[in-house]
Design a protein around this ligand. Structure first.
Ligand code: KG4
Ligand code: ZN
Length: 359
């Protein structure tokens, strides 16, 4: 069957067309096309996503991207068997663009539509690559999942397709958000994760000691607001350069590198410590790490060296770590196969939507 996925929950307009088995959820899928139109340049001057701009850009880009995707995949609307559309969590004005478009097509063309949870989409990202999908399909449940993105930081126990228990989550900022905010303070641009981790490669992790919030607490919750503030106070105390436009100081490259390395070490140590603790407590058959921050190489190395060798550690291919619509199509396909989705008349967008409450 042919599934068309639509993702507009944040600052990427994404469309994908995949081909998958109509009955068997362990059969490999074929990604015919995955198109992403990033709004990064539009939001960069503001140092974060501006909902009004995101909505406008999604409205402009989505119809174009769908036409492009259909043409590239050599698929006609008549051949599309299922629409999978992100309906939450995310920015409501952005979500509504994808959902309204999908609903209109579904009604007009009589195609079933599954409203997909964005986090569940990320959870399926390792199934987008034949290599990692084959590994996962040979394993038994449960799988422990570390979800780390710009909007989410969670440890989740997956006991079957679509069955999730949230072990813990961030009480305030998400880890990706803290990378973005530190980048903004240092004038490294938006989104900040890749820039911070690149600068960190040249810095000393022991140059500054930043806090590891909640690391010693025996739960699976996270907190990143205090770490970000601690970096801010360190920067304020440091008179390393001239004032730039009265706002962002110009720091020396060495100083930036050291701040980034010390911040990254603190942010990642908490993730690794809690994940290893959850492995010990829940004895999963595998661990996956998903979401934009799973691209971070330091995190990958640290987790590989800290986790017990007996538990396979699976990371999505780098191309699938960030937001995309192929992961939304796969999640929608899974929901469709298991018939665990709402009829179109009951589907609506949800800015807040924990994965434990999908259906
Ligand atoms: O999953 P994603 O594309 O969007 C959300 O669902 O939020 O994640 C984006 C986040 C951003 O905060 C970005 O700075 C972060 O992932 N990120 C990274 C890296 N690459 C992207 N953070 C740390 N290290 C990276 N290499
Ligand atoms: Zn995401």
């Amino acid at each position: 069957m042919i599934i068309l996925g639509i993702e507009t929950s944040c600052d990427e307009t994404a469309v994908a067309i995949i081909e998958a088995d109509a009955k068997d959820n362990l059969q490999p899928i074929k990604i015919l096309v995955s198109e992403i139109s990033s709004q990064v340049a539009l939001h960069a001057p503001y140092g974060g996503v501006v909902p009004r701009i995101a909505k406008f850009a999604h409205e402009e880009q989505l119809p174009l991207l769908i036409d492009q995707a259909l043409t590239a995949a050599k698929v006609t609307w008549e051949q599309v068997n299922l629409l999978a559309v992100t309906t939450g969590p995310g920015l409501a004005p952005a979500l509504s663009v994808g959902f309204n478009y999908g609903r209109q097509q579904a009604e007009q063309r009589n195609i079933p539509l599954v409203g997909v949870n964005h986090i569940e989409g990320h959870i399926y990202s390792p199934w987008l690559d034949a290599d990692t999908a084959n590994k996962l399909n040979q394993l038994a449940w449960p799988i422990l999942i570390l979800v780390i993105s710009g909007g989410h930081t969670q440890l989740v126990l997956m006991t079957g397709f679509g069955d999730y228990q949230i072990l813990g989550r961030t009480l305030d900022d998400a880890v990706g958000e803290s990378f973005d905010k530190v980048a903004k303070m240092l004038g490294l641009g938006y989104p900040g994760g890749p820039a911070v981790s690149q600068a960190a490669r040249q810095g000393q992790i022991s140059a500054f000691h930043f806090p590891r919030p909640l690391m010693r607490e025996l739960n699976y919750d996270f907190s990143y607001a205090g770490l970000k503030t601690s970096v801010l106070y360190t920067l304020r105390g440091q008179n390393t350069g001239r004032i730039n436009d009265g706002a962002v100081k110009e720091y020396s490259q060495n100083y930036i590198n050291d701040i980034c390395a010390s911040f990254e070490a603190a942010a990642i140590e908490v993730l690794v410590t809690k994940t290893v603790r959850a492995i010990t407590a829940f004895q999963p058959r595998a661990v996956t790490v998903v979401g934009g921050v799973s691209a971070n190489q330091y995190l990958r190395q640290q987790l590989i060296s800290a986790a017990p060798e007996t538990v396979p550690l699976i990371f999505p291919a780098l191309a699938w770590t960030g937001d995309n619509a192929a992961m939304i199509a796969v999640a929608g396909w899974q929901r469709f196969l298991s018939q665990k989705y709402l009829p179109l008349a009951q589907v609506d967008i949800k800015a807040r939507w924990p994965i434990s409450e999908i259906f």
